[in-house]
Write a new protein. Sequence first.
Length: 276
Amino acid sequence: MYKKTIKLFLIDGEIDGRIKCDISNSNIIAYKIPKNKLKECKENADVRYSGVYILFGEKDGKICAYIGESENVYKRLVQHLSDKDFWNESLIFIRNDNSFNKGNIRFLEDSLFKLAKEAKRYIIDTKSTTESPLTESEICEMEEVIDVMKIITSALGYKIFNKIKTEKDITSDNLLYINSIGLKAVGAVTNDGFIVFKGSESNKEFKRASSEYLKNKWNELRSTKVVNKNNIFVTDVLFLSPSTAAAMVLGRNANGLTEWKNKDGKTLKEIMNENL
């Protein structure tokens, strides 16, 4: 993949305010707009262009997103002030010459919806989308647009389209293991955090001496059926740190830097120090 330059313009002079974003060699413009700043955009003509948008927020404690399209993005977002209450930020994508037609934005909406569902990072509030028949050349053009949208979305901190790596995506040299007290687990360090892979085992109980946060996290894995009644991870799970991941396997406070080891028995701490 070629290197890219992304330009960010802080419209309000604040990092948590409105942001205009564009990327090198592309006519795609993105705006990140907090919900409480939306009406301040009404004088921006390009925000009324045809495009696609994503609403970000929370539902029932889970990160949630809604993906939509409109021939007047600003007008549609204003409607969502009253018909959708979960969101607090929006991200919109337009072309600087307002050249997206209805077929384009329907194709983009449908494609982004499918990518987000496949990534399984967010609860997607969009119920359905409409596939739009395009010519082969139009599809190629829109696929390039989607690549730009994915880059900008990730760069702004939303990993809605980024699939979590699976065990098959990790080379054997980078896999890490716990083999302790009769438990076996496999994991890996990634750019997102630490992944415990499907099929790993978890202790059947959590020790009382452990922190409340870890104990609650351990219970959450079971209440959401991520860990089944046989104490097996039924899906890959991303944790923020190797220590939290190790604790969810061992059922106690754990130092992930020493608990996780590679196939040669080197601890994660030793591996990290080798690479300095």
